[in-house]
Structures are given as C-alpha cells and as structure tokens.
Design a protein around this ligand. Structure first.
Ligand code: CMP
Length: 140
C-alpha cells in the first residue's frame, strides 16, 4: 500500500457549528494525519474555479454560494491509500445514504450542506492541494 496525500475541506456548516475538532477527531481516529490545515474565507473566484467541473450542473450556483457563505478549513491529509480511505471516512455524498460512523452520517444536514469535501482521485488530489497550499506549508 502506498502513502498518499488527499485534499479535504471542512465546509461552512462545520465552522458555523463549532464542529472542526469533532470532524478532525473522526479523521485522526481513522488513521489519517492532518499534515496541513488553514481556516480561510473562500472567495467567489476560488470556489468557482474549484468546482468548475460542476459548472453545468443545476446546483453549481447554490454550491458556490454555500462554499463562500462562511469560513472553511482546507486540509491536506496523509496516510495509506489516503484518497480512498478519506472517501470511506466521509461517507456517501448524500448524508441520507451515508454509512453509520461516517462524517456525513454523523454531521451532515443535506446533499448541499454535506460537511466535507475529499478528492476523488490521486490526480485530482494533487491539483486541488496546489490550489490552496505551497509545498512548504505541508509538514509530513
Ligand atoms: P463535494 O464532494 O464537495 O463535490 C461536489 C459537491 O456538489 C458535493 O460535495 C455536494 O456538496 C454538491 N452537490 C452534489 N449534488 C448536489 C445536489 N443535488 N444539490 C446540491 N449540491 C449538490
């Protein structure tokens, strides 16, 4: 198994409810190491660029609006098979379908306000990490 890095966002519904520590506890208990973390306000341009693959989807405007509605916590997670592992720990995109014990089952309100984002492939993880972190910010 390979050590990988993946990109994570704790969304505005997390910071609004003071759940940063609770979500991080689930991440760390799953064996993923938080090797970079920063609390930011995502700009409209940053959110639009980050989610540009969804630009044609009907929920794109709502998604950008939500992601810029409050602070988010951007993170780099490291561990064995980190990309797939984090997707397992997050649970299904729709919290109604998320397995017990997953972050979205525990904390998410809806498919839109679904608490966390995680990269869907190793290639996208690299692209997404570069949008928010310099190499020197990542302390493994
Ligand atoms: P995320 O993993 O951040 O990547 C794309 C996001 O689009 C996804 O999580 C959801 O928050 C959001 N999304 C997906 N489907 C819908 C939907 N039907 N309505 C609103 N938002 C959605």
């Amino acid at each position: 198994m390979a050590t990988e890095r993946t990109f994570s966002i704790l969304k505005p519904d997390v910071t609004a409810r003071n759940l940063t520590g609770a979500v991080n506890a689930v991440i760390e208990e799953a064996g993923l190491r938080i090797v970079a973390q920063r609390r930011i306000r995502m700009s409209d341009a940053q959110a639009k660029k980050f989610y540009e693959v969804h630009a044609e989807r009907p929920f794109y405007g709502e998604l950008v609006e939500f992601m810029t509605s409050g602070p988010v916590v951007v993170q780099v997670l490291e561990g064995e098979n980190a990309v797939a592992k984090y997707r397992e720990v997050m649970g299904a995109t729709n919290p109604a379908q998320a397995a017990d014990g997953t972050i979205r089952q525990k904390f998410a309100k809806s498919v839109g306000e679904n608490t966390v984002h995680g990269s869907d492939s190793l290639e996208n993880a690299g692209i997404e990490i570069k949008q928010f972190f310099d190499d020197k910010d990542i302390v493994g």
